[in-house]
Design a protein around this ligand. Sequence first.
Ligand SMILES: Cc1cc2nc3c(=O)[nH]c(=O)nc-3n(C[C@H](O)[C@H](O)[C@H](O)COP(=O)(O)OP(=O)(O)OC[C@H]3O[C@@H](n4cnc5c(N)ncnc54)[C@H](O)[C@@H]3O)c2cc1C
Length: 532
Amino acid sequence: MKTNRSKKIIASVTAVSLLAGTAYEVNRLSAEPTGEKDCEPVSAEGEALATADIQVDIAPLPLSELLSWKQKGGTINDVSCLNRTAVYGIVQVRNVDDIKNAVALAKEEELKISMAGVRHSMGGQAFYKNNLVLDMTQFNQMSLDEENMTITVQSGATWHDIQNFLHPYYAVKAMQSTDIFTVGGSISVNAHGMDHLAGSVGSSIKSMRVMLADGTIVNVSREENPELFSLIVGGYGLFGIILDVDLQIVNNDIYETERQVVSYKDFPEIFENEILPDPNLGLFYGHLSTAKNDTLLDEMIFYKYTKVDIGEAEIPPLGEVSSIALRRFVFNFSKLGDIPMNIKWYLEKNVEPMLESCTVVPRTQAMSEGEACFVSRNEPMHDSVAYIRNNLKKETDILHEYFIPREQFIPFVDELRRIVQEYDVNLLNASVRVIHPEDNFLTYAPAEMYSIVLYINQPVSVEGNEHMAKVTSELIDLTHQVNGRFFLPYQLYYTPEQLEASYPEIKEFFELKKFYDPEGLFTNTWYEKYGK
Ligand SMILES: Cc1cc2nc3c(=O)[nH]c(=O)nc-3n(C[C@H](O)[C@H](O)[C@H](O)COP(=O)(O)OP(=O)(O)OC[C@H]3O[C@@H](n4cnc5c(N)ncnc54)[C@H](O)[C@@H]3O)c2cc1C
């Protein structure tokens, strides 16, 4: 009798503990972040970066009193959370006069300047130790020129703001696949996204106004100051401060959405024969399987958005992505092992299509009753990816991107799979995008390419960093072997030799930097490491 009671008590305690443990874990994995992630430095080198060498004494200077200080002294970090860096201060830029005054203050105080957007570059490209940092995010006015199909935007505007401004009639021509980034940050890396025909942000620029190191403001375009233009696009903020930009816009077309699962081996042929020649295909990208089974980097989901004419239709205002907590939970849960990762891939393949929001409703009866799902162009890109931000202190997610000549896609993916398995990489996402030749000076695409974007989880620890450094180096060497290039807004784990192998024009780029900015007013962690 007694034993039965004890058993019941033990079973109840176990059940309650299990439930409590599960609830705790679900809450931990889905919790809203409490602020920007800012991890403690884990190495002596990191500690040195995070500690100021200069005395910050900003207050009495007349110029500084004109500025709006977000922060005097203190540290800054980027979205990787691994680059805490001590700075002289952060100025919240509101208008061109703030920029002029900040440049004058930097000269007076012999400071260096960095411009920061939303700091999604991951190697300190938006700041440097003891720098005066210009936070551009409130420098975001915009105006529309419908006749010329252009928009003029200040460089701190985000694509999110711009889409809200353009919707429902117009849409952005080229941007990243998510909307969080600033225009200035996007131009400075020459970002690209899910429009497989539009090219990168640089190709949608008509002209820009830029403040140079000597304080003058110049227009740059493919016709006016073309060399500077090609250096500023993809120039990592080293040649001047982008003030405002005239960007081409396009119509906010209606697309019918479609998903298709194929093997990566069939992708190049399908791409050449079906995707590229299809004049109505408006957006296209792929996701490769990250499941830890025989589908790993083999199975591929195509995301296709085909332009359709559905007559009169109702286009609702842009909404935000739904079910953030659930999405965050699935994403963070997938980091915990093989089965969780397999579940995530299963859900993406089989359940996500059912949750898709088909926002555009045709007014014609026949079309509205069909099975088809319609969205407007703005919608797939109007995603602020709130679900990838988290409150998990001891780990972080790191982006990588490799540009691969089209004919090398299959061999590259095969070797990538080998590296992922050999190094037990916690790969969260692997997407495939279409890239065309880009004509900016430090181009990542001298030819027609695919890009492979990887999102990788790591512990915040010395070992976590060392492992990531090794994997990055392997992937960069692999990319070089297939005549590809790697994307530069990410971590700085490559050697100067690897940089030059990928970008043979890098030395000339750094020489031109010294020509246009002889006193080195504009600098950042990337330039200090490779350009000096
Ligand atoms: C989760 C995630 C997803 C991503 N997805 C994509 C993608 O789909 N496609 C893609 O191409 N990239 C992608 N990226 C990379 C991203 O495009 C770059 O990191 C981009 O720089 C982010 O913009 P930002 O506003 O954060 O710029 P920041 O990181 O703040 O700055 C980047 C650079 O721009 C310079 N800069 C900023 N503003 C100005 C200005 N006004 N004048 C001159 N220089 C300036 C900075 O000094 C710095 O060198 C992604 C990154 C992450 C973390």
